[in-house]
Write a protein that binds this ligand. Structure first.
Ligand SMILES: *Cc1c(COP(=O)(O)O)cnc(C)c1O
Length: 434
């Protein structure tokens, strides 16, 4: 094979890239927030639109030469609207965190109160954590899940909402295995006249294909990432739908004037918090949304959920404790306390065997975020490789073998070989291997 341009000019970085391709191909990727994009998405994300400055929005740019990037961004927005049944989308946020920041800046003012899911109970940093802008710029109050059920404690949400009168409530999270209860949140948001923001960063691929309830009828604003279950390039997006009863006009926090929310959201993203959009990534989002609109993608997301359920059942039959007792989605959260094991030890031992998971706090965890009592597992990436229920049963057996004997080197070597075998049957990015 002829050498690639990178291989010729910078073999050091070329090798790093090839090693990453090989790592992705030969290990089991069970991190719930990761996925593998298609070649077309890679092609667009690695294409020449990375060269283009296009501050502004299609038809209203601060730079010339935007004819084609405008077409790409318009397609990304149209396809997003079609996919989620919304009337407005902004596809420019560089990441899910930027999408959340822009949404918060649009609806509330610095110092206002927000109510979001506690990070230690499955929430996200941007939902009011003290180490994040959302907990610094705003007065943040957190709700939790119930100990017995692992589901959001709505009595607590209501009492916190009535006590603190948040201006905005955030629903959604990063380690919540169950459907997000948009309707219950809406009732409480109405009770206290708060805006309701849905962060569907995790289940957005399931929402797009109807396998998870839609936030559109209930929420004033919806944010998501594009790289998790949606299987697009790394990035974020903001949406609004008309059926939520959203008036599309609010008193702007700064000027006190009545303004169209979609215009406020657009200007919160740019110039509010971002400069030039990543046009190669926006175009790649359009490619991914086009893929997600195909019937195949629904087959994929159904398999993601079926795989997660198969895995959950297999864990339960091996006496693992699952937060909420199972899953409705692609996420499983395991409390390892009854296995005399921490999340940190499990993550490290599994990694040695070629199984990638992340340690995760479980609700009411007594361990620190660096140790944790749990691990989070997700099926989006292995399902993209083509794995199905039978493979899930095998994978749980491999994970169990490691958790039972995390220090046994022979055992790790044996499991690693089985992981490699399984991966060989479901090749990934074969065209990119050296
Ligand atoms: C992943 C995630 C985000 C942030 O996405 P980044 O692209 O990593 O900034 C925001 N909210 C939730 C609930 C997430 O799971």
């Amino acid at each position: 094979m002829p050498k690639t341009p990178l291989q010729t000019s910078d073999p050091e970085l070329y090798n790093i890239l090839v090693n990453e391709v090989s790592r992705e191909d030969t290990t089991l990727e069970l991190i719930a927030s990761e996925n593998f994009v298609s070649y077309p998405v890679l092609e667009m994300a690695g294409g020449v639109m990375t060269n283009k400055y296009a501050e502004g929005y299609p038809g209203k740019r601060y730079y010339g030469g935007c004819e084609f990037v405008d077409e790409a961004e318009n397609l990304a927005r149209d396809r997003a609207n079609q996919l989620f049944g919304v009337e407005y989308s902004n596809v420019q946020p560089h990441s899910g965190s930027q999408a959340n920041m822009a949404a918060l800046m649009t609806f509330i003012d610095v110092g206002d109160t927000i109510l979001g899911l506690d990070l230690a109970h499955g929430g996200h940093l941007t939902h009011g954590s003290k180490v994040n802008f959302s907990g610094n710029l705003y007065h943040s109050v957190s709700y939790q899940v119930e100990k017995e059920t692992g589901r959001v404690d709505f009595d607590q949400v209501l009492s916190l909402a009535r006590e603190h009168r948040p201006k905005l409530i955030i629903c959604g999270g990063s380690a919540y295995p169950r459907f997000i209860e948009f309707e219950d949140f809406k009732e409480i948001a109405e009770d206290v006249s708060a805006f309701l923001m849905a962060d569907i960063a995790h289940p957005s691929g399931l929402v797009a294909t109807g396998l998870h309830p839609s936030p559109v009828p209930y929420c004033d604003v919806i944010t998501t990432t594009t790289h998790k279950t949606l299987r697009g390039p790394r990035g974020g997006m903001i949406m609004m739908g008309k059926d939520s009863g959203n008036p599309w006009e609010i008193v702007a926090p700064k000027s006190g004037r009545l303004k169209n929310i979609s215009e406020l959201l657009d200007s919160a993203v740019m110039p509010g918090i971002q400069g030039g959009p990543l046009m190669h990534i926006i175009a790649a989002k359009a490619v991914a949304f086009g893929e997600a609109l195909q019937p195949d993608f629904t087959v994929y997301t159904q398999q993601v959920v079926d795989n997660a359920k198969a895995m959950a059942n297999e864990f339960l039959s091996r006496d693992y404790e699952l937060i909420s007792g199972g899953t409705d989605t692609h996420v499983i959260l395991i409390d390892l306390s009854n296995k005399a094991m921490t999340g940190k030890v499990a993550e490290n031992a599994l990694e040695k065997a070629g199984i990638t998971v992340n340690k995760n706090m479980v609700p009411f965890d007594e361990r620190s975020p660096f140790i944790t009592s749990g691990i989070r597992i997700g099926t989006p990436a292995i399902t993209t490789r083509g794995m199905s229920q039978d493979d899930m049963v095998k994978i749980v057996a491999l994970i169990d073998a490691i958790i039972e004997k995390p220090d046994d080197e022979d055992n790790i070597v044996r499991v690693k070989a089985e992981v490699k075998d399984l991966c060989t049957s479901f090749p990934l990015y074969s065209d990119l291997r050296a």
